[in-house]
Design a protein around this ligand. Structure first.
Ligand SMILES: Cc1ncc(COP(=O)(O)O)c(C=O)c1O
Length: 458
């Protein structure tokens, strides 16, 4: 048995003793659900705790335990869980006959689009329901606009559960494998994968395939690929090469949008993409996503172009309750931008440094990613890694998911259970700070990290 297997076995037993409600509900769920739920990431072993309520930085589980949460709705809840500013707007709306009347249009959608134009700097906006759909539509628009079919995406980038880019996420001796069964090889052959922050690699791909590439889609701040910013050099090279070869630049700002400022991060880099996509924070905790972009491309889904791209929407597109939550959140972030983001950045910095120091005190070597750069200094996110070579710097998504470079199992499974014994919930090694996290919460996290280090050492 490996060290991690022994540790997991031990921690699982401690966890099930401490979280009896989780075990009981897993048993009950087996008769109605596959694997106990409907989103694989949330269904961790031995049994996910089930929450009864959440507020601010914490959630309460079925045993009545308060748990400090850094996952915060897949990094969505920048104002914490159920922030009063949003819940009050929703309650007021519902009490006054606004919120669940989907299927019609109203003026809030225009107000929100105007606000987003100002915050994002885009010419046109269209709302949809998820980040995956937003990226799918953006790629369809780019393909129709350029008349080309190759999609270039970033290695380690997750563009959501949609068929067009279900490749190039997990590094396994390269990226030349689909991430799922059920897709045609032809579709996968149309996806090329570039290495993050590797300008030479990008130039080479464009030299070889540039005249067939419809779009380059990338995260200006890498999310599950390791919480790392694009270098200014790389993002400018991406802009220059896409212009030179006539491809559309699509920036996936689904994590970075409204996380580091009240808009996209591309404005901090001084870069204007053809299209950018937003979800998570922009929906204020509700299902909402945005495709924003240049009018001449966006118009391909409008009647003036014969609706060549069927970015037509579904039953819940631009759902009024989502618009209300999103509009309220974005308005709040924009009005308080100078206060909110520097504080989040300072707390993020304290979190990363404090976690590294806590593990160090516990005799375990870890490295955090999530540190900002000269363009995006105020970062409020972090991942914790257990590098095999302690001297190593973690600078690429390939390293983050390569078990010969980082102990991925320790980050994804061991650390999660060890921290839960200290009533701290993390994903991919840590997560995101919200406006509701305080110094006391960080102290709680550091103590849990020291205790986790003790488990790991033992
Ligand atoms: C960078 C990025 N793009 C796209 C998506 C997909 O968004 P959604 O889960 O809303 O479909 C995610 C989700 O985590 C993401 O992190």
């Amino acid at each position: 048995m490996s060290d991690n297997a022994r540790l997991l076995d031990h921690l699982s037993r401690l966890y099930l003793e401490a979280y009896p409600h989780a075990g009981l509900e897993l048993t009950r769920s087996a008769d109605s659900l596959i694997h106990g739920g409907s989103h694989s990431l949330r269904l961790f072993s031995p049994a996910p705790f089930r929450i009864t309520q959440s507020r601010g930085a914490t959630v309460t589980d079925g045993d009545g335990r308060e748990i400090l949460d850094f996952w915060q709705g897949h990094y969505t809840n920048i104002l914490g869980h159920n922030p009063p500013v949003v819940t009050e707007a929703l309650i007021h709306g519902l009490e006054n006959g606004y919120g669940l009347q989907s299927g019609l249009v109203d003026s809030l959608q225009i107000d929100f689009a105007e606000l987003l134009q100002r915050q994002i700097g885009a010419e046109r906006i269209r709302f949809t329901t998820s980040g995956a759909l937003a990226n799918q539509y953006a790629i369809m628009l780019a393909r129709a606009f350029t008349g080309r079919s190759l999609i270039l995406k970033i290695g380690g980038g997750w563009q959501g559960a949609q068929a067009l880019t279900f490749k190039g996420v997990s590094f396994r001796d390269g990226y030349d494998h689909p991430e799922t069964e059920g897709l045609s090889q032809d579709m996968m052959d149309r996806v090329l994968v570039a290495r993050y922050n590797d300008t030479e690699n990008l130039e080479e791909i464009f030299r070889q395939h540039g005249d067939q590439i419809a779009c380059f889609i990338l995260e200006p701040w890498m999310g599950m690929g390791g919480f790392m910013p694009a270098t200014a050099e790389y993002l400018h090279a991406a802009r220059d090469l896409t212009l030179q070869y006539g491809a559309a630049l699509i920036l996936d700002e689904i994590i970075s949008g409204f996380r580091f400022r009240a808009g996209g991060v591309h404005t901090l880099y001084g870069i204007e993409p053809e299209l950018s996509t937003y979800a998570k924070i922009v929906g204020g905790g509700m299902p909402l996503a945005v495709v924003a972009g240049r009018e001449e491309i966006m118009r391909l889904c409008g009647p003036e172009s014969g609706r060549r791209v069927k970015f037509d929407g579904g039953t819940f597109s631009a759902h009024p309750a989502s618009l209300l939550a999103g509009y309220t959140t974005v308005k709040h972030l924009a009005a308080n931008e100078d206060e909110i983001y520097p504080r989040l950045g300072r707390m993020g910095e304290k979190m990363r440094r404090g976690v590294e120091e806590a593990f160090d005190r516990g005799g375990v070597s870890v490295i955090c990613t999530g540190y900002g750069n000269e363009v995006v200094p105020d970062s409020s996110v972090a991942m914790v890694h257990f590098p095999i070579d302690e001297q190593l710097q973690i600078i690429s998504p390939e390293q983050v998911w390569d078990p010969t470079v980082c102990d991925v199992e320790r980050r994804e499974q061991v650390l999660k259970l060890a921290l839960l014994l200290g009533r701290v919930h993390v994903m991919h090694g840590l997560g995101a700070i919200t406006t509701e996290h305080t110094d006391e919460h960080l102290q709680w996290l550091f103590e849990a990290c020291e205790a986790a280090a003790a488990h790991i050492r033992s």
